[in-house]
Design a protein around this ligand. Sequence first.
Ligand SMILES: [Zn+2]
Ligand SMILES: [Zn+2]
Length: 662
Amino acid sequence: MEKKPLLVTCGLPYTNGPCHLGHLRTYVPADFYVRFLRRAGEDVVFVCGSDNHGTPIVVMAEEQGVTPADLSRKYHAHFDDIFRRMGVLFDHFGMTDGETNHRRTRSLVKALQDHGYVYSQVIQQSYCPVCQRSLPDRYVEGLCPHCGALARGDECDQGCGKHLEPGEIRKPKCRICGTEAELREQEHYFFRLSAFRDMLLSYLPDLGGTSNARNYAIGWVKDELHDWCITRTLEWGVRFPGKEDLVVYVWVDAPIGYISFTEEWAGKTGGDWQRFWCRDGDIIHFIGSDIIYHHCIFWPALLSGAGYHPPSAVVASGMVKIDDQKFSKSRGYVVWTGEDYLDRGLDPDYLRYYLLSYTSHTKELNFSWQGFAERVNNELVSTLGNFLYRSLYFTTQFFGTVPEGPVDPEVLDHIQKTLDGVEKAVRDYEFKGAVDGMMALAAYGNTYIQNQAPWKLVKTDRAAAEAVIRNCLQLVHALTLLMEPVMPGVAERAWRMLGHADPVAAHGIREGLEPVKAGALPDPAPLFAKMESDQVKGLDDLLKKRVKEAKMREQERTGISIEEFARLDIRTAKVLSAEPVKGAKKLVKLQVDIGDGTRQVIAGIAEFYPVESLVGKDIVVVVNLKPAKIFGLESQAMLLAAGDRASLLTPLSPVPPGTKIR
Ligand SMILES: [Zn+2]
Ligand SMILES: [Zn+2]
């Protein structure tokens, strides 16, 4: 029987910023899944592409003075490069602004219209009278109609997280100039999502993938389904058929990209894209859990309404935290894949291992550099690396070549059980379970070689030592094949050390049970390097610095609050005495009356005033700064002065010393 081909896709990266750890949480497991299934003998096509349309890209391009197309091309190239360097290898990586997707989107929307699932309606659309334009989605900010939080036009991003339809936001303001928006009537087009309730209720219970995606989606359908406005008044995007001033909403043409990228892949390879989208091929979407609604409700309804084949599984990854904080680019809680990781020469395979093994795919991943380094050092270096290297090292040291003879049935049994367990875990989308299974086999090998101590045995019983090493090499062989989907680079190096010249990816996972290649082995080298504590500290400091800078930027942007200002104790003071500071030409030592006591002030104003002229002056001081030591003398308040010549601030009309400045 011919096996059904499988299409795997990844949520499309949006081209308005660089790749970060949050992206990789979805891409690395998807790549692992594809590599594993291929090595288990399945026919898998893996496509993705960049998401180029929508208002955030237009707004950002405007801010940077470039075109949305330029911005998209720049970040498209960036993602393409980063994915390759991370070993995330798509068969095709397209762009939603590509010609194929423009054509496919218009054709699909036309099909929806023909089937009666699109209707027009006049709605109240926000309009900026100053910028003289309509304000779709991110062009408008205001209050969420559901929870009252500050929200953007298309989503309550800081409150309840609900999707907002055009015209729903309260108190809309133009995001570009801040002007209160006017409401203008405009004709838009809606997708009749509400007509798909029964279709979704019968489709969703059988949807494969992770249960979080399925369960959320079923809950939402039972709750309520609103029709979606699928047009926007915008230049950038896919033209809505027959309307010069409208483009389709980005959440329509972005998922249609999955089809277009499959078409483009088929064009390059002679493959059959319709097998997946129009007939019976399996489609699995890997996405972040923030876009479950779009993939499990909106998208299957759209496909079904236009006469296409809906996905068979949706695999949704949990979110990423950084140092126990919610992932946030603006607050600095972010790890950039290029700048912070790859560009510093860190091994992509370590990060792949970490992302896969940290926790279940659907759970939250809490990243810290310390935690990352611990896993590298304790698991990769001490367990896996140690076992692989020792086995290969003793082979070349004692025998030079792979010892011949049978492998202990118990060792083969262990390998067999590991292969079965790992494969089941992968098919259940339990990627952590799969990697843990591989590591358990490494730990078994480590204990085995430690207990058998071939380095001692070889001195008394050479044949027994050969048997031990042969068993170890069988485990190394199986582990190397298992490692490839997780850490392709390391696996390739280990494969060479086992005497192979062809790529490890050309071999099936189940070959781990077959005999190890006979012959001489080259000298091995350690496969993993320990992360040193100063390196970890450097990476951690970088993250802390970024968070601090973000906080300062935020303070600059928002200013200090009236409460923060009120914490400053600023008062008038009368100078009681003044004397020069010996050895410091610029400093004077003042005693000042601050109303409820006397304070000593050391100030750098000796160049500008004859010291004796200061006595009796009314000045202004801050009295609740932390005391400072200046030239060995304590300064218990700071006087306020303006300009290069330290012009002292003084009250215009007399007030008693200690009068609070407000
Ligand atoms: Zn405006
Ligand atoms: Zn809300």
